[in-house]
Write a protein that binds this ligand. Sequence first.
Ligand code: OOG
Ligand code: MG
Length: 266
Amino acid sequence: MVTKAKKRPAAEINRIAKLLDDAQRKAKPVPQLSSKKGGALSIEDAYRVQDAAIKLRLKRGDTRSGVKMGLTSRAKAAQMGVFDPVYGRLTTGMLVQDGDSISHAGYCHPRVEAEVAYLLKSPMSGRLSPAEAMTHVEAVAPAIEIIDSRYANFKFSLEDVVADNTSASGYVLGQWARPDTDMSNLGMVLEFNGRAVEIGSSAAILGHPGRSLAEAARFAAETGDELQPGYIVLAGAAAAAVALSPGISVKLTVEALGSVGFNVEA
Ligand code: OOG
Ligand code: MG
C-alpha cells in the first residue's frame, strides 16, 4: 500500500507529536495514524513528528543520549511486517541501569530485544563505510532495548513506527569493551528467569552490526540529526522481540562482551 501524502503543516506535525507523547506518558496506546482516512504520513513527515516529540521530552528536562537503529535484522522485519530499517532517538530518561527494576504498568505493552551498543567518541555523519564508522567508536557493549509501541496491538506501518520514535522506550547497557572487539559473529542468548527465550548472532544485524552503525550516520544526515561524542548507538535487535510481563528477570549474554539484565517488578 503506497499512499501519496503531502507535506503537513507544522501545527499538525506538533499535534501528532503531542498525541504520541501523551500516549507514552499515560502508557495508553492510540490507534495507528495510517488506520484513519487521510492519516498516513510521508516518511519525511514521520521523521518530523519524531523530532517534534523528542523536543517535548527535552523541554521537560530530558537530555539526548544517542540513537537507535531498528528493523535491521530479518527476524525483526518479519516479526513486524516492516522491511525497511528505521532510526530513532534516545534520551537519558530512557536509560535503565544494569540490574535495576522497572514497573510493567509504566508501559503500554513492553517487549525486549537482544542488541549491541556503540559509544561514539567523535561526531559522525553522512555516507561512511562500516570501517570508517568504526573509527568514531570509543567502546562497545551488550545492550537490551525495551521497545513499547504507542499504537494499539503493537501494529504499525513504516511511517507510523518512525513517527513513534521507532517504539524506543528504554535501554540497558552492559560493561563497555574495547572498540576493536570483533563483533562480526557473536552468539547472543536472551533469558527470562534463567530460560532462553531467543538466541541469535550479531551477524543477524545487517550481516555485521558495524553496517548498522554506518547506517546510523546516513540516517542522521538525512533527518537533520547530529551524532555527538558520548552518544550511544543501538544497532538493532539480532532476534525477535519478546513481550515482558510482571515478575520476569531479563538477562542478555553476548559472547566476548558479557551479560546485562534488569527485572520487571512483580
Ligand atoms: C520497531 C523497532 C524495532 C529493532 O531493534 O529492530 C527495533 C518495533 O519493532 O517496534 O528496535
Ligand atoms: Mg531495537
